[in-house]
Unconditional design. Structure first.
Lengths: 386, 392
């Protein structure tokens, strides 16, 4: 289900009114709410409770549908995979753009099923932002795609200041920026954090929860929540069996960095999704809001910590290839900070740090420990990191 | 209060979780001391008080006074450098060299503090990345003050290794070296560069020392958690990294070729141009790591709360023998010291004529790295953050 900001606003009023009636009918032991579901006791949920089979309608059919979220998740993977081949293959900016808007069957191999689904990334990227700003973010990716295609022509060169090429096995532009990392880490914020955190788990929480979406087994609110989960991970149980040292599930993008940079709370993300989902079934707005806020806060913490983490790693490196990789990742995460709305970071905050870090024109090649320290302290202060 | 409580709960959770990981790690790793059994650790609910005492001892009796002692030596060197650049003579050159050796040796006792201000100011990067890059130094001298000495590309053109080259390596005799600062056409530029890089050392170190003596000490002692930004985590990570990369690899693994299929690089020893101090620098660095582990005060020599005590408090031990991990570590440190004792002072010569003795040091150090990096960090529930584990 495609979900623009406007449509959320339109149904918000309806949902709010519906919510009033729903909340009047609360306190029965077992009740049908609102004529759809059986209440779920939060105490029955455990970290190993399965997601898809735990939220059923009265006929026993699952109300969970990850199709839309997982489709976009795979599109992100496909773009990332394509960008990663730039070290050996000449890339085409048009392919990137077609993957972004899902046009002209750009997806191949295991991703081919994404073609023609009518689902795309571009129109949801930065969609919590006002139109002009959202378009600016989308244009930024168009520019990065073009840059990626351009530098793939230089994979036979050795990069140096002012010259695109390879540093070790990293392909960087003339400013030493590893564009494939910029794309991936920026999409973590612009696609995953923004759509999960600022849309689906924010404005999306006001969606209708009293009637089924036409032809579906779920309400719009249920679908919003499930879509958020499915844009974060394709695992049935996110990070199942993970320890701090070893990740237990195959994760990509945001999902892997929550594990890597939020060791304190990564294991609480899946339980929060379960509890929030149960809160939707129970029409428990307060609990729903609490779980959404928790998830969003933890995502923002992970992204800010990743930005600081990579900048700090830069200081421990002994080769330009490693340092460039850290800056590519770090700069992408810093770009993504603009979507950390709980911490009130915005485009001016992100761009200010990037400008200081990457000016003058030499970009990566002119970075100094002092610039790193400045960027780190700005991020730490904004996100209250120790 | 609520967040503090939550944090506390998480600590307990983490501890239990890691305890499991640790057993798995220990069980699956070939244990370095070659005794049977696993290291087991039983952690109590909170060791934050122990950590705070350890951090305070490290700050007050190790880091801050060690920086103080280094400052004395550095100041003498800067004064002697100043005397030399003002009046370049054999006499001022000789005094500069002596002060350089003293400061470089004292440096070995503070290089391992690559956390907090030292890390933020990139102290090591500006003080001791070797081998010095001769051609880049020559280019910097020719280019003059426009060259940016702050970027990583400049690390091998500044600090003690660059000074080594400039006061010991320019010629084969003292007289010929002196001529580079007196009669050579670019003597003035060379003097300017010497002034510039010594002033840079002074500026960077002054900032680090000042931060420790003002705001950072309190911050350091109060970050008592074990998360990635906690003081215990950053100091353990930097301590292990220093031992692994800058003592084991830098001083032995790379020159001896032990890390490069036996391809030796005698020109990559520390203090390459002076040569006869390379072993004493290595010994000083190793001893500083040993003393740091045991919490030995650099002023009084008395041991205080330390990594050793903390490990003992966690009851980290080999389940087969019952030996404390801290004892196993100290035994391994002693084996390293014994191997160091078999080397002569000039490691350049040792690589060329007695390289197996160099490799032997490397091998014993590698066993210590394993104990510190795997067993100690696991027992402490500290995540090693300096390896890139995301695989992309």
């Amino acid at each position: 289900m495609n979900f623009s900001v406007k449509s959320i606003k339109n149904i918000a009023v309806v949902a709010a009114i519906a919510g009033v009636f729903v909340s009047c009918k609360k306190d029965k032991a077992i009740e049908i709410q609102p004529g759809l579901r059986e209440t779920i006791a939060y105490s029955t949920l455990t970290p190993s409770t399965p997601y898809t089979s735990s939220f059923l309608d009265l006929t026993g059919q699952s109300t969970v549908d990850f199709t839309t979220g997982n489709t976009r998740y795979k599109m992100f993977q496909s773009i990332n995979t394509y960008a990663g081949t730039g070290t050996t293959v000449q890339l085409d900016a048009a392919v990137f753009k077609n993957m972004f808007i899902n046009s002209a069957a750009p997806f191949t191999d295991s991703y081919a099923s994404l073609n023609g689904t009518g689902i795309q990334l571009r129109n949801i990227v930065a969609s919590s932002k006002p139109t002009a700003e959202a378009e600016a973010v989308r244009s930024y990716f168009d520019t990065q795609f073009a840059d990626m295609a351009a530098i793939s022509l230089s994979s036979g060169m050795i990069a140096q200041k002012g010259v695109a090429g390879k540093l070790g096995n990293r392909l960087v532009d003339a400013r030493g920026m590893e564009t494939s990392q910029i794309i991936q880490k920026s999409l973590i914020g612009a696609l995953q954090l923004d759509y999960i955190g600022n849309v689906l788990l924010n404005t999306g929480l006001t969606a209708d929860n009293s009637t089924l979406v036409s032809g579906k087994s779920y309400t719009q609110l249920e679908q919003n929540w499930d879509e958020a989960y499915a844009l974060l991970t394709s695992s049935p149980i996110y990070l199942a069996g993970s320890t701090d040292a070893v990740r237990g599930t195959a994760e990509f993008g945001l999902g892997s960095y929550i594990w890597e940079y939020n060791k304190a709370n990564y294991a609480q993300i899946y339980p929060a999704f379960l509890k929030g989902r149960a809160a939707i079934v129970n029409n428990d707005k307060a609990e729903l809001q609490a779980q959404a806020t928790f998830i969003r806060s933890q995502i923002e913490f992970a992204i800010a910590s990743a930005a600081v983490g990579y900048l700090t790693k830069w200081g421990t490196r002994t080769t330009d290839a490693d340092r460039a990789h850290d800056i590519g990742e770090g700069a992408g995460f810093i770009y993504s900070l603009r979507f950390c709305s709980i911490n009130k970071a915005d485009a001016a905050f992100s761009d200010g740090i990037l400008t200081t870090l990457l000016s003058p024109a030499g970009g990566f090649w002119d970075i100094t420990p002092a610039k790193i320290a400045t960027a780190n302290s700005a991020i730490r202060a904004k996100f209250n990191l120790q | 209060m609520e967040s503090r409580f939550t944090h506390f709960i998480m600590q307990i959770f983490k501890v239990k979780k890691i305890g499991f990981v640790f057993v798995v790690l220990a069980a699956t790793s070939l244990y370095a001391c070659s005794k049977k059994g696993e290291i087991v650790s039983e952690q109590s609910d909170s060791k934050a008080t122990d950590r705070k005492e350890m951090l305070a001892n490290i700050a007050d009796n190790i880091v801050i006074p060690a920086y103080g002692k280094f400052k004395l030596k550095l100041d003498v060197m800067l004064a002697k450098s100043n005397a030399f650049t003002t009046t370049p003579t054999i006499n001022t050159l000789t005094e500069f060299r002596t002060a350089w050796v003293d400061a470089y040796t004292e440096w070995q006792k503070v290089e391992l503090f690559d956390f907090g201000p030292g890390q933020e100011q990139a102290l090591r990067s500006y003080f001791n990345i070797y081998p010095a890059n001769e051609s880049a130094i020559a280019a910097n001298i020719a280019a003059g003050s426009t060259v940016n000495l702050d970027v990583p590309a400049a690390y091998t053109t500044v600090g003690f290794p660059a000074l080594d080259y400039m006061i010991n390596g320019l010629g084969s005799t003292d007289q010929s070296i002196l001529s580079f600062y007196t009669t050579a056409p670019d003597a003035a530029k060379r003097i300017d560069y010497l002034i510039r890089i010594t002033q840079k050392m002074n500026a960077v170190f002054t900032k680090v020392n000042s931060d420790w003596n003002t705001s950072y000490r309190t911050e350091f002692v109060n970050k008592t958690g074990i998360d990635a930004s906690s003081s215990t985590s950053v100091l353990v990570n930097s301590y292990v990294l220093n031992f692994e990369r800058y003592i084991r690899s830098g001083k032995f693994g790379i020159p001896s070729g032990a890390m490069l299929n036996g391809v030796v690089s005698p020109n990559k020893v520390e203090g390459f141009y002076k040569r006869d101090i390379s072993l004493s620098l290595a010994k000083a660095a190793h001893q500083a790591s040993v003393d740091f582990f045991n919490g030995k005060s650099v002023s009084t020599g008395v041991e205080g709360p330390s990594l050793k005590n903390y490990l003992n408090g966690l009851e980290a031990k080999d389940s087969g023998t019952g030996n404390l991990l801290s004892q196993i570590v100290n035994t391994q440190f002693e084996l390293v010291s014994q191997k160091l004792g078999l080397l002569s002072g000039n490691l350049y010569n040792e690589v060329n004529t007695n390289n197996q003795a160099m490799v032997n040091v490397y091998n014993e150090m590698q066993k210590a790295v394993r104990l510190l990096k795997v067993d100690m960090t696991s027992a402490m529930s500290i995540t090693v953050t300096y390896t890139d584990n995301d695989g992309d």
